[in-house]
Design a protein around this ligand. Structure first.
Ligand SMILES: Cc1cc2nc3c(=O)[nH]c(=O)nc-3n(C[C@H](O)[C@H](O)[C@H](O)COP(=O)(O)OP(=O)(O)OC[C@H]3O[C@@H](n4cnc5c(N)ncnc54)[C@H](O)[C@@H]3O)c2cc1C
Length: 397
């Protein structure tokens, strides 16, 4: 019985809970398949309170995290381009990207493994090659090598999520924003989705609530935690824009850790992205390698306190002579980690409940294709690639 209408009618085939990076794309990819979709977002698409805020995200095809991610990144790029065309604004800037570190590090070996498995056109670089490709990265440890991934680039996350939500609406999805889902209750016939305002009856549900997934699926091992993002200005008379400092992940000279980021982005690129600000400074972040104590996503401290950015300041000072080491800006964001660092995409123990999330710090680039995989899972279609390593049921035991 439909709790809202008092009839046996379903309100929709599928409800999508959370319209962030994965959810907005899942709503789009389900709707284009002809199913009726109800989407719920507690804030507005492109908001600053989840896992997808911060102006930019790195895109790579040679995915050191798992070779199985390369086909997902490639499908994601096709879908980001499709969204760009429908939105009429730039969502993805292909810059090429450089990985730098010791040859036996996971950073270099993992990137080369993905490249070898998928025959990617990466280029191995010695110190001279690194200096040519990226002069701002000239400070190296002895023995460091580089890998150039020509397909790497930068995504504009807020604009990309808004574009996906708009595409979902255009495909017929009924999106409710500023509406918080309170519970998701599956039974033998369907699922009741309760919001603060109404109840809805649907046949299946996709939980894409990012750092909040544990509210609905507490058995999944996902640990949200607060992180700080930082931007850095080029020093007076120095250039550290994308041409000298493209997308990078690199070891820090004299330290046993990585940093990641990109150079300053010119106003022209940002204006095209529709972000409405006069360009961005360079962005540099630390490797987030845990342990993660876990934070309540509803109680994140949004203030960046004095001293919190000292660690990244010292890493920038050790690496980039062209950047002022004191951050020009800092803000908070939420990461959500799984134990194996891979995402949660697909079915759960309940046949009517599916999940899309498990960020682990690297899912934005894939989010459009992860939305597609969620859609394929909900519909029981053959996935476009083998995504069994992302199956949430791998944690069932
Ligand atoms: C600092 C940082 C840097 C990163 N860098 C990169 C990078 O360079 N490249 C990369 O590929 N990835 C990167 N990532 C990872 C990537 O940004 C995230 O994995 C991804 O954005 C998470 O998307 P999501 O859809 O899972 O979550 P979100 O985008 O947070 O979406 C979840 C949505 O669900 C909504 N929601 C939650 N609960 C409810 C409810 N009860 N009712 C209604 N709505 C609800 C939320 O409001 C939110 O909009 C980074 C992450 C961080 C934190």
């Amino acid at each position: 019985m439909n709790a809202r209408t008092g009839t046996d009618r379903f309100d929709a085939d599928v409800a999508v809970i959370g319209l962030g990076a994965v959810g907005a794309n899942a709503a789009w990819r389900i709707a284009v398949r002809g199913l009726s979709v109800l989407g719920f977002e507690q804030f507005e698409p492109g908001h600053a309170w989840g896992g997808s805020t911060g102006k930019t995200r790195l895109f790579r095809v040679a995915c050191l995290e798992h070779p199985g991610l390369t086909p997902i990144a490639r499908r994601a790029r096709e879908l980001w381009r499709e969204l760009e065309a429908s939105a009429g604004e730039r969502l993805f800037l292909e810059t090429g990207g450089i990985m730098i570190g010791p040859p036996d590090s996971h950073l270099i070996a993992g990137t080369l493994a993905a490249a070898a498995e998928h025959d990617l056109p990466v280029e191995r670089l010695d110190a001279d090659g690194i200096a040519l490709r990226s002069p701002a990265n000239a400070r190296l440890d002895p023995g460091d090598v580089g890998v150039w991934d020509p397909e790497a680039g930068i995504l504009f996350p807020e604009a990309a999520i808004i574009a996906a939500a708009d595409a979902a609406r255009a495909a017929g999805a009924d999106l409710h924003t500023g509406v918080r889902v309170v519970s998701v209750d599956p039974d033998a016939d369907g699922v009741t989705v309760r919001t603060e305002r109404s109840d809805y009856r649907v046949r299946r549900v996709a939980v894409t609530a990012g750092p909040w997934i544990g509210r609905f699926l507490p058995d999944l091992p996902l640990t949200p935690h607060r992180v700080v993002m930082t931007w850095f200005r080029p020093r007076e008379g120095h250039a550290a824009a994308l041409d000298t400092l493209p997308v990078f992940i690199r070891s820090v000279p004299g330290h046993d850790t990585w940093i990641w980021g990109h150079g300053a982005i010119p106003a022209s690129a940002v204006t095209e992205a529709g972000a409405g600000t006069p360009g961005f400074d360079a962005k540099v972040g630390p490797e987030f390698d845990g342990p993660f104590p876990g934070d309540d996503p509803d109680a994140i401290d949004r203030v960046v306190h004095p001293g919190e950015t000292d660690g990244i300041r010292d890493l920038v000072a050790a690496t980039f002579p062209d950047l002022e080491p004191e951050p020009s800006a800092a803000t908070t964001c939420i990461m959500a980690h799984t134990p194996d660092g891979q995402f949660l995409i697909g079915p759960t123990a309940d046949p009517r409940v599916f999940v899309g999330g498990g960020c682990s710090g690297h899912s934005f680039k894939h989010a459009s294709a992860l939305g597609e995989l969620v859609a394929q899972s909900v519909l029981g279609e053959q996935p476009f690639t083998d995504a069994s390593f992302l199956d949430p049921r791998r944690f069932a035991s």
